[in-house]
Design a protein around this ligand. Structure first.
Ligand code: ATP
Ligand code: MG
Length: 207
């Protein structure tokens, strides 16, 4: 079973949106997936409640219960767990970083967001947890996105799959769907499939 944690102290970077969309994309390939929401805000849990589909499994999990819950999932056939975390840099996020074989750090291509992601990257490097940034909610010229990627590369790997600012992401989330369900042929869906394909290769190669 692989465990991917979405983390960065910066609120609003796209952790919950990507957690939901990646889980749906993985489940669509027949990978039995669970989403664990460790954020007291409960955003992904509420997204799960809006879903009609029964998969992926979505539940809340207190950070201190994470290790025990993760232990129980392989025997239920789960092959992938996606953990969503609070936008914070404190002890409540540590168990989700600890549990991850890979962390995805969404970052919007603005200086403030880039700067805010650096402490998370440092924490992950110190823990020797594999991670990559993913550029999220990209907008404007491609040079903005490229410059952001160049800045981030000084601090860690950058997923070769940018996610743009698109209404599909917000609308799908509101409808309790992943973008690949909401508008399977849209650009947002393409971006998520690319991101998931890269993640699947990456976790498959290294764990
Ligand atoms: N790629 C995108 N395009 C357009 N809107 C997006 C995108 N990703 C996220 N959003 C919107 O941005 C807002 C924040 O996204 P989200 O809740 O996923 O961030 P978060 O990192 O989980 O925030 P928090 O730290 O508060 O939990 C939401 O309104 C969401 O719909
Ligand atoms: Mg969130």
């Amino acid at each position: 079973m692989h465990v991917i944690t979405l983390a960065t102290q910066k609120g609003g970077s796209g952790k919950s949106t990507l957690a939901a969309c990646v889980a749906v994309a993985a489940e669509a390939e027949g990978i039995k997936t669970a989403v664990l929401d460790t954020d007291p805000q409960g955003s992904v849990f509420k997204w799960g409640e809006r879903r009609e589909a029964e998969t992926p499994a979505v539940d809340r999990c207190e950070p201190h219960q994470l290790a025990a819950v993760l232990k129980s999932l392989p025997e239920q056939g789960f092959k992938l767990v996606i953990i969503d975390t609070a936008g914070a840099h404190n002890a409540s996020v540590a168990p989700a970083l600890q549990a991850a074989d890979f962390c995805l750090v969404p970052v919007k291509p603005t200086l403030t967001d880039l700067e805010a992601a650096i402490p998370t990257a440092k924490q992950l490097r110190d823990r020797k947890t594999r991670f990559a940034f993913v550029l999220s909610q990209c907008f404007g010229s491609s040079s903005r996105t490229n410059d952001a990627a160049t800045g981030l590369l000084k601090h860690g790997e950058v997923a070769p799959a940018n996610v743009f600012h698109r209404a599909d992401f917000t609308d799908a989330y509101t409808a309790g769907l992943g973008v690949t369900e909401y508008n399977a042929n849209g650009k947002a869906a393409q971006e998520v499939r690319l991101l998931w394909a890269w993640l699947a290769r990456t976790i498959g190669e290294h764990t």
